[in-house]
Design a protein around this ligand. Structure first.
Ligand code: HEC
Ligand code: HEC
Ligand code: HEC
Ligand code: HEC
Ligand code: HEC
Ligand code: HEC
Length: 355
């Protein structure tokens, strides 16, 4: 942040200088204060070293986003749209999930989510994009998890969901109950790491059981922000850390309190996380027994490669996909208890029906 303030002083004095030179280039649009005052007036509404912004910067620095641990994936087309700032903006502009490779890439940062430096006023705190999500796995459909809040709406889930969703795979399941086989060419076949938006929505799992999967109602009551940006404790949990839990604080149940007033010290409301964990482990063992899942790697049981594909029935792959959704979701039922329970139970029932 010392670097930032240094650069800022230079940039601001640069603007003043440009403003005094008759033929110099124009400063950024909107920089000259709306009420005829000089440009610095609007800059300092944010760059005032006030506590609100500095706290958010420190919190965000503690987030996994800011760690940039997956920024190398920006150098791959198709990955950059979720793993870099540049790819994300490209995706928003083109509406396509196919994005370029970026070598000079920035991790997800303030201006990925906020419209920083477009009007150079505090209006730039607006969220960049809260439009409904066209999921990668079915781009012709649209999911809108905007909720109504006092005085307006909160579309945060749609923003986060543009990245926190499953990826399309090849081969693709076309008949979840099918006993015909698909030839899989990679052990990494599956929904990828971050399906949380789909879980909250109650979408994206394959229904292969006797009845349709139900869904809990968090999606109409809460957005990602309510829980992941709940009351903060320093830079450990809540606020812009996006973290739910830490070793120092334990589970940040303060985020749940407004709605679950009698919650204890953990997220295990009504023992639901314990219940889901049990079902998840049961299905894991059954998938391993049938040589679908490799419990050491946590992915499909190989050997599998492009030259040595392995055949699975569509229904087996559906059960596996759903298990992977729960595994990658990592809320153990909090995002959507009923949906998670139903998909695990349907998978267990199918595996039990096998000889
Ligand atoms: C809506 C609040 C807001 C306003 C208004 C604003 N900035 Fe910023 N500015 C930011 C944020 C947020 C960052 C990024 C901080 C970070 O990444 O830690 C930033 C970063 C910067 C940086 C560091 C380099 C960079 O681009 O990241 C400079 C220089 C800067 N701003 C100059 C200005 C100037 C000059 C103005 C007025 C013309 C201005 N800012 C108006 C919020 C604002
Ligand atoms: C639709 C958005 C999206 C796309 C496209 C995407 N990812 Fe990800 N990826 C994510 C999200 C979100 C996470 C973090 C999820 C979490 O931590 O729960 C993640 C996590 C990861 C991780 C970290 C896994 C871990 O265990 O920490 C790796 C590695 C990764 N992705 C690689 C890739 C590669 C390689 C590609 C392209 C072939 C790719 N991703 C494409 C959204 C995406
Ligand atoms: C992953 C997305 C994301 C990133 C990255 C992010 N924010 Fe936010 N920010 C949000 C959301 C969501 C809100 C709450 C929504 C709202 O109030 O409109 C918010 C709210 C804020 C607010 C309050 C805005 C207001 O209208 O009062 C400030 C200030 C802020 N963020 C600063 C920052 C700064 C500084 C950074 C970078 C260090 C940053 N944010 C990075 C998502 C993000
Ligand atoms: C531009 C795509 C993108 C957007 C938008 C985005 N995320 Fe992420 N998120 C990721 C990726 C990629 C990772 C993994 C980062 C890494 O490991 O480098 C991640 C990681 C996380 C993690 C940490 C997971 C862990 O392993 O501990 C949380 C929590 C999270 N995001 C929540 C959110 C929330 C809440 C929002 C919206 C306010 C949001 N994200 C918006 C792509 C995104
Ligand atoms: C009702 C509260 C709630 C909502 C809404 C919610 N989450 Fe979560 N999320 C949780 C809890 C609780 C966990 C698991 C924490 C634990 O047990 O360690 C979690 C786990 C995660 C994780 C795994 C990493 C971590 O922090 O444990 C990611 C990533 C994540 N959520 C992203 C999202 C995104 C993106 C959204 C919005 C689409 C969202 N969540 C909505 C409560 C919520
Ligand atoms: C904005 C309000 C709101 C917030 C915040 C919220 N919840 Fe909920 N939660 C609800 C509502 C409403 C239901 C009932 C949904 C239904 O029955 O479909 C629910 C249901 C649940 C369930 C399923 C309970 C059952 O027995 O069916 C669990 C588990 C849960 N919440 C955990 C959490 C946790 C953990 C947090 C904090 C990280 C949290 N919730 C935050 C409103 C909220």
């Amino acid at each position: 942040m010392l670097v930032l303030s240094g650069i800022m002083v230079m940039a601001v004095s640069g603007l003043i200088f440009i403003g005094c030179t008759k033929e110099g280039p124009q400063g950024p649009a909107g920089a000259n204060g709306t009420n005829g005052k000089d440009a610095n007036a609007t800059c300092t509404l944010c760059h005032n070293f006030g506590d609100t912004v500095i706290v958010k910067i420190f919190q965000y620095d503690a987030s996994k986003h800011a760690s940039a641990s997956t920024i190398v994936e920006a150098a791959r087309s198709g990955c950059s749209g979720c793993h870099s700032h540049e790819g994300f903006l490209e995706k928003l502009q083109t509406g396509s999930s196919v994005t370029q490779a970026y070598n000079d890439a920035a991790p997800i940062n303030c201006r990925t989510c906020h419209t920083i430096h477009s009007t150079y006023t505090p209006a730039d705190w607006a969220l960049r994009n809260v439009e409904p999500v066209h999921p990668y796995i079915d781009s012709t459909s649209s999911i809108d998890l905007t909720i109504t809040i006092p005085g307006g709406t909160d579309g945060t889930s749609n923003l986060c969901g543009k990245c926190h969703q499953a990826r399309l795979n090849s081969p693709w399941i076309t008949n979840p109950k099918g006993t015909d086989s698909l030839a899989v060419t990679s052990t990494r076949w599956g929904p990828h790491h971050g399906p949380q938006f789909l879980m909250l929505a109650g979408k994206g799992a394959f229904e292969m059981g006797a009845s349709a999967f139900g869904s809990s109602n968090h999606r109409t009551n809460a957005t990602c922000r309510n829980c992941h940006m709940g009351p903060a404790q320093g830079e450990a949990v809540g606020g812009h850390t996006l973290k739910m839990t830490s070793t120092e604080t334990g589970d940040n149940v303060a985020a749940c309190k407004p709605c679950h007033s009698s919650i204890g010290t953990t997220f295990d409301v009504n023992g639901r996380q314990t219940e889901i964990e049990g079902l998840y482990q049961t299905l894991k063992v059954k998938l391993a027994q049938k040589k679908v899942l490799d419990t050491i790697t946590g992915i499909l049981k190989g050997p599998i490669s492009a030259s040595k594909p392995k055949k699975f029935t569509q229904i087996q792959l559906s059960v596996y996909w759903n298990w992977c959704m729960v595994d990658a979701d990592r809320s153990m039922g909090v995002h959507n208890y009923v949906y998670t329970r139903d998909m695990l139970n349907a998978g267990i029932a199918y595996m039990n029906s096998l000889p």
